[in-house]
Design a protein around this ligand. Structure first.
Ligand SMILES: [Zn+2]
Length: 225
């Protein structure tokens, strides 16, 4: 069976996290979100984890080559022999080149780059409708999952607030950064014919079905060769 070496791309609020959860279960793939694997490396106190911790504690960004080494360590652990799901890396063209080197040197290549798209207005509508209770535990959506009484948490009666991260202007800024960073990656992966686009405005089930169908076709083609 061919490998499923996957990269996930998509703006915040397009449902990337939901699809990642499903894919890792559907295909039993290890999920490498850069935030998670860095935290795990730090928690396990590996040499790389210790290095990463120095940057994090100093409030600095963990450099690309160190992130790459952490990913390489996971690739080489054997857990990713059938494939992996990479999220949050690569984000820049430089990181794409680093990932290329990492895969090339191991005789592997990307199976597909899954891009889950949603128009900016839809993302703003989804994210800015979120309300979080003042105790911080419960999340609602004014449109899709409203509380029984406006502005009040069903669970504990506390007041519902809009987090700064969910304010429309903050969401628009995050989207602008996302587009600026990701547009060159889209072009690059499209040129290599590995980019697959999915409509994130569809239901999570529909998006999942389409991704699975795409991957099944891809695997079939790869196995035929
Ligand atoms: Zn609550």
């Amino acid at each position: 069976m061919s490998q499923l070496n996957l990269v996930l791309l998509g703006p915040p609020g397009a449902g990337k996290g939901t699809q990642a959860d499903r894919l890792r279960k559907d295909f039993e793939l290890p999920y490498y979100s850069t935030g998670i694997i860095l935290r795990e490396a730090m928690a396990n106190g590996t040499e790389l984890g210790k290095k990463a911790k120095e940057y994090v504690e100093a409030g600095d960004l963990v450099p690309d080559d160190l992130i790459c080494d952490v990913i390489a360590e996971r690739f080489d652990s054997g857990e990713a022999d059938n494939g992996f799901l990479l999220d949050g890396f690569p984000r820049t063209v430089g990181q794409v080149e680093m990932l290329d080197g990492l895969l090339d040197s191991r005789g592997r290549e990307l199976t597909a780059v899954l891009l889950i798209e949603a128009p900016d207005d839809e993302v703003v509508r989804r994210l800015s409708g979120r309300r979080t209770c003042a105790k911080g535990q419960h999340v609602y959506h004014i449109e899709f999952d409203p509380p029984k009484h406006e502005g009040v948490c069903d669970q504990d009666g506390s007041r519902l607030i809009q987090r700064d991260d969910d304010k429309p202007e903050t969401v628009r800024n995050r989207l602008a950064v996302y587009h600026e960073q990701t547009a060159p990656l889209e072009k690059l992966y499209e040129k290599r014919s590995v980019l697959r686009r999915f409509d994130g405005t569809r239901t999570p089930d529909e998006v999942n079905d389409r991704i699975r169908a795409t991957l099944a076709t891809k695997r079939f083609e790869d196995d035929e060769q």
